[in-house]
Structure formats: C-alpha cells, structure tokens
Ligand binder design. Structure first.
Ligand SMILES: NCc1[nH]cc(CCC(=O)O)c1CC(=O)O
Length: 309
C-alpha cells in the first residue's frame, strides 16, 4: 500500500531541486493517490566556498540531507550517487531503496566560443575543483591551465560569463537538469575524461523498515542501473579512496546479465594512470571487487595513501 504522503529531502540547489521533480513525476505516474512534498536542505558543502577536503569531501553534500531523513522530517533522500562517499557506510538505519535509470554519465566542455578541448589555446583557464577532472586534464592537455572553482552549476556558468575562467568541465546530466545543455561545446569521450563512479545516477535513500516507502521507491528502480551501481560501489568501497583521490570509472550493463567495468586511479598531476577493466556475468559486486584487486595489484593502494586526505 503506497503511503498517502512522501516527503522528499534534497539539497536546495537548482540542480538538486530539478532532480526531485523527476522523482515526483515518476512517483505520480505510478502512485497517483500519493502526495509528495519537497523538503529542501542547505548542505554544508553548498554553503562552504573553500576546499571541500576540509569538510571531508563529498559527505559535505549528503550529511544534512541524511540527517533530515533520520530525524523523521523526510521519508526519502535523493542523492547524486557520485556525491555519496564510497569509503563511508550509509548512516545507520538507512538504505538505498533504488537507483533511478542512469542518465548520460559523461562530462562536457563548456566554452563560449564553442571550441573543443583539443582546439583550446595554451594557458586557457579551465575551471574545475574535481581532483578527477584536474588529473585527467593534466595528463591529456598539460598546456591548459586548471583553475579551482566552487559553486553550483549555475554559479559556475556565471563565473564563466564574468570571464573569471575561460572554460568549464561539468557533467552533461547536471547541465541538462538545469536547462543549460545548450552551453555544451563538446561532450568529452570517456577515454579522455573518465567519469566518476556513480555518475548520472540518482539514489533514493530511506529509513530501513519503512516498508510502504521502500516498496514505492523500489518501483522507480532501474535493474540495469542497479547492476552498474553494485559493481561501481563495490569497487569504490574496496579502494577506500577519499575525497582527494582521483578515481574514475563506469560500468555498463549489457545483454544476458553481463556487466563491463572500467576503472582508473591517477596521481593528482596525472603523470601516473592505473587502469583495469573486466566483463563478467557473475555478481556485479564481485566484478567490482575483482577490478579493485587488479588496480591494487598495479599499485593503487600506495598511490591512494600517498595523497593527503
Ligand atoms: N558535486 C557536483 C555534482 N554532483 C552531481 C552532479 C551532476 C552529475 C551527476 O549526477 O553525476 C554534479 C555537477 C557536476 O559534476 O558537473
């Protein structure tokens, strides 16, 4: 029996609020008699304009939303899976009930003149605060200048328009969610810019044992995305990377239960890139562990531990 009301907690950025509207639309289609209410939460990571590592990395975007769930002020928390730390357990008493169908996980170059990454002149100032993006740009385009930038997608686009940077690297689906996909100059191939684990996926978290909500959320889950998240989250947990660890990768669920998983670990300057990939029809979590073992066998532990938290 679907609940009469489902309260949905989310960060209060325009992108996060747009994400919640997708959840509300899909709930309304399946459970027309269930009302939904948005519970906006200002995440510490959204207020903080400094280095995220000081706050413990991505947890800065999820901690307050989780608290709203645990305090009973909301029934669901919607998270961008790429922002959910892989080296920390979920808050006790909560579970991910479902993973929604994956959107485009790739990154995009935003450039006012429409140039591609290869066409950008030397010393072009590219705004990113992602250690993953910075490491890959350093590896593939060392002549470009990486400039730290904070703020939500809209704020970063404003900084670009104010010419505080010359270009941006942002997620395709993040731009799409805020109605700015028209700003994309180039969608970056995963070989050039490998996505973060969990890219393009919304995770629906609720309280353990809240069966009416669990049941409703499970109906929004996508089986292929669930297999990809099982592999990617197992890999991330096995690597125990932290917010300053440049880790990238993606899983692709194929036919007959096969899942392909590709992953990389970089040094922050991009001079060392460890790669591993595997396809399996076994349990996707075991695939994640196997690819993690391959990266660890190639030296990933020493590389991760050498990077300051
Ligand atoms: N912390 C930023 C963030 N968290 C989730 C997304 C959107 C992409 C996604 O859901 O994977 C973004 C924007 C970006 O990386 O450009």
């Amino acid at each position: 029996m679907a609940p009469e009301l489902i309260r949905i907690a989310t960060r209060s950025s325009p992108m996060a609020l747009a994400q919640v509207e997708r959840v509300r639309r899909e709930l309304a289609k399946l459970f027309p008699r269930t009302a939904t209410k948005v519970v906006p939460v200002t995440a510490y990571g959204d207020r903080w304009t400094g280095n995220l590592a000081v706050l413990g990395g991505k947890a800065a975007f999820t901690r307050e939303v989780d608290a709203t769930l645990l305090e009973g002020d909301a029934d669901v928390a919607v998270h961008c899976v790429k922002d959910v730390p892989g080296d920390l357990p979920l808050p006790e008493g909560t579970v991910f009930a479902a993973w929604m169908r994956r959107e485009d996980p790739r990154d995009a170059l935003v450039h006012p003149g429409g140039l591609t990454l290869d066409e950008l002149p030397s010393c072009t100032r590219i705004g990113t605060s992602s250690v993953r993006r910075a490491a890959q740009l350093a590896a593939s385009h060392p002549h470009l200048c990486r400039v730290p930038i904070r703020g939500n997608v809209g704020r970063r686009l404003e900084k670009l328009d104010e010419e505080r940077v010359d270009a941006l690297v942002l997620a395709v689906c993040g731009l799409d969610r805020v109605g700015s996909a028209d700003r994309i100059a180039q969608v970056l191939p995963v070989e050039t810019m490998c996505p973060p684990l969990g890219a393009g996926v919304l995770g629906l978290q609720c309280r353990e044992g809240d069966e009416p909500v669990l049941s409703a959320l499970r109906a929004l889950g996508d089986p292929a995305t669930a297999r990809e998240m099982a592999a990617e989250r197992a890999l991330l947990a096995a690597l125990r990377g932290h917010c300053n660890t440049p880790v990238a990768g993606y899983a692709r669920a194929g036919a007959e239960g096969a899942v392909y998983l590709h992953a990389r670990v970089f040094t922050p300057d991009g001079t060392t890139v460890l790669r591993a990939e595997e396809t399996s029809t076994a349990d996707p979590a075991d695939l994640g562990l196997s690819v993690a073992d391959a990266l660890l066998a190639r030296g990933a532990r020493a590389l991760i531990d050498a990077i300051a938290h």
